[in-house]
Design a protein around this ligand. Sequence first.
Ligand SMILES: [Mg+2]
Length: 362
Amino acid sequence: MTTIDSVTARAYRIPTPAPESDGTLDWDATTIVVVHVRAGDVTGVGWTYADTAAADVVTGVLAPAIQDREVLDVPERWTAMQHRIRNLGRPGIVSCALSAVDIALWDAAARTAGLPVSRLLGRARTEVALYGSGGFTSQSRRQLETQLDTWVHRQGIPRVKIKIGEAWGTEPERDLARVRAARAVIGRDAELYVDANGGYSVGQARRIARRLEDCDVRWFEEPVSSDDLAGLAELRAVTTVDIAAGEYGYDLPYFARLVPAVDCVQVDVTRCGGYTEWRRIAAVAAAANREVSAHCAPNLSAHVAAATPNFRHLEWFADHDRIESRFFDGALDPAGGRVAPDPAVPGHGLTLRPDIERFAVG
Ligand SMILES: [Mg+2]
């Protein structure tokens, strides 16, 4: 029996190269909260892209629920943490903290067992398809074209996504011009996806969807708010473009409500409750004949994606790729449009580099 010796959390705020925007948010930095779980000879690591407050939830609320307990029994530890947060509420910061600890626990358990996370969970495939994700509304036309050209023509990634819904849906003609520019750069064979981040009304999104079909767009993400399940379902019924949402899903009951309203369910492993809850969400989706797609945190998502039978693809989000490839040893290379977790490396194989310390906050 190997017990959990310590649980630590630390937040880092990493500036973006320039201010960035999507349809409904502007940002100039990304905050990552990294959790380490030490158990005997191994250290597991997990993280979430969330406010620094998540670190306090980890150390003050969740750590006491798992300290000195068996590391291999991750679902039991997850349930103990779930009981501890009753009076705080699950969605938001709390679920992000829970997710980071759960991922660190699975990593520690897999390292203890001498297995990759994907094999401890049980592999459904050896390779995971991915798509390049960026195309921020803040980019110049040249920046957009360079990013898409790099993904498709230099790195061989055959699927890409750009942001639309600029300025809360008030620039629809510029949105559509950028979609046409994207199609011109990537050619006819690559798949083109768009994400409005909830920027449109239902009527607007219906009219936009018709014009997206003309550019052979295959994926329309959050055309309206992901809280508007009736709106998502209505759009799904009238367009040939797949409707997707789910990145703000923090618990299983939300996903059970969302699944019928979308063609593909997006799950963020660093928000939804970690690998433990991801697998339940994937099962709910499978029951309705839906696939799941991973939202962000690509290097963590790859391992549970490989263990998910009804998995479509992994979002290789530019902001997170930049952070994970720079500050974690063991980060995967998206070239070719697929990643394969190394079957010979225990855990998820990622370790935090010390040079991130100069970005520590809180
Ligand atoms: Mg999105």
